[in-house]
Design a protein around this ligand. Structure first.
Ligand code: SAM
Length: 160
């Protein structure tokens, strides 16, 4: 990460969480995303800011708290900055795996988790891709916020 980022304090029912994000999300470079053998597409860096859906999902999870999350395994798809995963880990979920197709977003989630002392594993994985990163095991809860840009994404999620 050449941009050291800034911490955005996010107010949540269970207490604030400091989310690391790029200082200027508008200035972040497009992501080279692998879409096939040796084929890459450039995708806009939608991961670089916290979206209202991610905040709403994290708030709902925090409201539900350990009754829902303690000891549960959690997978997040299209995590961006990973607020729902971080909240789930704080409420006792384990293991928690935050994933995104962006090759850089998971690194930011990992940095936030380290600083906050939370156990959140991260991986680069597309939910419309191949490989068993997302399907190699079962999960108690699968989370996603604001990842359905079109019918193709909905079809991919349904298949997954
Ligand atoms: C609008 S952002 C939402 C980020 C975060 N969930 C939030 O609510 O703040 C959409 C995110 O989904 C990711 N994404 C989009 N399509 C994806 C796919 N097929 N597989 C994995 N991640 C995907 C993008 O890289 C981006 O981080």
């Amino acid at each position: 990460m050449s941009d050291p980022g800034v911490h955005e304090r996010v107010g949540l029912p269970g207490g604030p969480l400091d989310l690391l994000r790029p200082a200027d999300p508008e200035a972040v470079a497009f992501d080279p995303v692998a879409v096939g053998e040796g084929v890459e597409e450039l995708h806009p860096p939608h991961w670089a800011r916290l979206w209202p859906s991610g905040r709403a999902l994290a708030t709902a999870l925090d409201d539900a708290g350990p009754d829902l999350l303690a000891g549960r395994s959690v997978l997040e798809l299209g995590c961006g900055l990973g607020l729902p995963s971080l909240v789930a880990a704080r409420a006792g979920a384990h293991p928690v795996l935050a994933t995104d197709r962006s090759p850089v977003a998971p690194g930011w989630v990992a940095a936030t988790a380290r600083r906050a002392g939370l156990r959140v594993a991260t991986a680069v994985a597309a939910f419309d891709g191949t490989g068993d990163a997302l399907t190699g095991r079962g999960w108690d809860l699968v989370l996603a916020a604001d990842v359905l840009y079109g019918a193709a994404a909905a079809d991919a999620l349904t298949a997954l």
